[in-house]
Write a protein of this length. Structure first.
Length: 376
């Protein structure tokens, strides 16, 4: 009986090659999965650390002030077990301001992250491309011409931000909108609106100009529950719409040509995301004034803490909240460390502190961009 013939050497070699290629493919798949798990774990860790830090600073801001409150009493006030005197200090005087700082920081941080990611430009933030300037013009006009204040002033500021966003988008439209064109148009619109604000300030009475200047700097002084509620309800409406529209963001970050090749609806997804970003910047500006550089700085910091996670919306919002909360705490108490003349104000507007933080970052970004050959 004849023994079966052995397979040719070439067939054995091809089989071994295919087996080796399969092993390499499996190893590559496992490596990609491992990197993704590590990235998700780091991102979750960053978000948890930012949230814990925000809660810690919140408790510190509620406890520290002209009248110190023990941390146990702060916890009792937060859980509804404090006595009326403690609740008045913590719940009525300090808590609205602290919560306003958190919500304003979240709104500005998310707005800046969306602008910079969708337009693919690190300079694209609402305080750079004119959105905050539009809110400022509307607020100063309403204050000087109609003597409005409070919630009505916030409504005028929100309307100004929305109208400015629509104007910038319309002027940047050329069979579509590109990031560079929209940023340039926004910078031009913002410069023009800033000159309008300066003119209105020179024509106003001294008391009106002083009040308007405080708002234009960005301030949380005297914030109450009545001013906090409109901001909170606005975020309840806008945030779900933002995260719903953010499903298109990973594709939009690849650029228009690549996004169109992958089936992304760039001319539908981009306006929805930008509309949410304008709304967030508008409600934050309406609540606290144009607090400078928060939207500009929050997203880059979040991306450096959690690289490779795209826009990092959650981390950007938490970074903005922590930044504004820390800046407001410093604005309230930094002058306590300085010997002031009698009658001097003991608090700074929060916008001054955030500008001190953000201005050096802007200079560093411009210098780095110029060295890389992307400057003007």
């Amino acid at each position: 009986m004849t023994a079966p013939a052995a397979p040719p050497a070439r067939d054995r070699t091809d089989g071994a090659g295919r087996a080796g290629a399969t092993d390499e493919a499996r190893a590559a798949v496992h490596e990609v999965a491992r990197v993704r798990r590590a990235g998700r774990a780091r991102y979750l860790l960053v978000c948890v650390v930012l949230a814990v830090a925000t809660v810690a600073v919140l408790c510190t801001s509620l406890a520290y002030g002209d009248m110190a409150v023990p941390l146990s009493d702060v916890v009792a006030a937060l859980t509804g077990r404090a006595d009326p005197a403690t609740w008045f200090i913590v719940g009525e005087l300090r808590m609205p301001r602290a919560l306003m700082a958190i919500l304003v920081g979240v709104a500005f941080g998310l707005s800046g992250a969306v602008f910079q990611s969708v337009l693919r430009n690190p300079l694209a933030s609402p305080d750079v491309i004119g959105i905050s300037s539009g809110a400022s013009v509307a607020a100063v006009l309403a204050s000087s011409l109609f003597a409005v204040s409070g919630v009505l002033l916030s409504a005028f500021a929100l309307a100004g931000a929305v109208l400015t966003g629509l104007l910038i988008y319309a002027l940047a439209w050329r069979r579509g909108v590109t990031g560079a064109r929209l940023v340039l148009v926004g910078i031009g619109i913002g410069a023009g609106l800033s000159s309008v604000v300066s003119y209105l300030m020179t024509r106003s009475e001294v008391t009106e100009a002083q009040s308007a200047l405080l708002w234009l700097t960005g301030s949380l002084n005297g914030r109450s529950w009545d001013l906090l509620r409109p901001l909170a309800w606005s975020l309840v409406v806008v945030l779900p719409l933002l995260f719903l529209a953010a499903r298109q963001m990973p594709v939009l970050q690849l650029g228009d040509d690549t996004a169109a090749g992958l089936g992304g609806r760039t001319q539908r997804g981009r306006p929805a995301l930008l509309a949410c970003a304008v709304a967030l910047a508008g409600v934050a500006t309406a609540a606290a004034g144009p607090v400078g550089f928060v939207a500009f700085v929050s997203a880059p910091v979040a991306r450096r803490l959690a690289p490779g996670r795209g826009a990092s919306l959650v981390a950007s919002g938490l970074t903005g909240a922590l930044l504004v909360l820390v800046a407001d705490f410093a604005a309230q108490h930094v002058l306590d460390l300085v010997d002031l003349p009698a009658g001097s104000a003991g608090q700074l507007p929060v916008g001054i502190v955030t500008s001190v933080i953000g201005a050096p970052y802007l200079m560093w970004l411009l210098i780095r961009t110029n060295r890389a050959g992307r400057g003007g």
